[in-house]
Ligand binder design. Sequence first.
Ligand code: ADP
Length: 363
Amino acid sequence: MNLHVTAELDGPITTNPVVREDVVRLVDLKRRFGATPALDGVSLTVQKGEILGIIGRSGAGKSTLIRCLNGLERPDSGEVFIEAREISRLGERDLQPLRRRIGMVFQHFNLLSAKTVEENVALPLKIEGRPRAERLARAAELLQLVGLSEKAQAYPASLSGGQKQRVGIARALAARPALLLSDEATSALDPETTRSILALLKDINARLGLTILLITHEMEVIRSIADRVAVIDAGRIVEEGAVWQVFANPKSEITRSLLGAIRPQLPPEIASRLAAGEGAETILRIDVAGQAAHGPLLSDLSAAVPGPFRLVHGGIDHVQRQPVGTLFLSVPGTDAAHLAAVIAFLKDRDARVEVLGHVASPV
Ligand code: ADP
């Protein structure tokens, strides 16, 4: 632990109103490359102990955001607070100790191939000039935490991708950072290994109270472990909130499209038959989440509004232990009053209802 830095960071803070519990606070961050606004007024906070996911497509501004966070890029305007210290105008010398407050995990692991696993993990402490005994003790402790004690003397080339990333995580934690910044850490891994790495991050978050900022382009990563999500597009945060709420009620088109693959969609064979106007059956999309998804919605609908309906597709997922469901119902007949009664009942139960269209014959 770098005592000098800790003392400095824990000193009196008199000039800004940052709450001590914000590990990161970005205020109206702007960075432009020629005509391209890579960051166009980004404000967000990462609170102590939370896992915040930032998701966006390629070119959205994620890398620029990371570079502003670790001081590799200077914003044109705005402020970057790391543990209440504004870093965006600091010189290289002052930045060095603050950078160590952020442990980075990378997509391609960035391990040194000529060094053993133990040496890789201990490297940040060597850079800090910590004594060898302390470095080895810390490396052993961290390798145990990530389940790789038996690989201490192995070289990276002999490890699987998942094992390499475990070493990367152990190394990122060596200097006891305030924030773990994961930059597409599972993007190069297969789905099963991805799950085990995400489970490890979640476990470390829970056990050590570690604050994690996850940068990803995959909603599945957000879904698995994040508490909160911020969606970035064209350098702006277009949506932000608790993960289950954003999943249940995405506000922006980009969020809906990023969610596309992991939320139920109308099967193509039904979607291709949808038409406007009248038809033998009306297809409804019903989104329901949280408290509203706990009740017996369909049996209550059946009791309250006589007349047939059929469930044609859908499912209930659990995100942050909250039910988040999407159901596709087919309501036969052309009775507009009946359809209106179905929709009114569902809306009364806090479901979101969308008439997708009509099909000419039963699906
Ligand atoms: P992401 O990491 O989400 O893919 P980036 O932060 O790399 O997004 O890029 C955001 C936008 O800024 C893109 O349009 C990209 O082309 C542009 N950009 C990023 N870095 C530079 C640079 N050094 N020079 C010129 N344009 C850049």
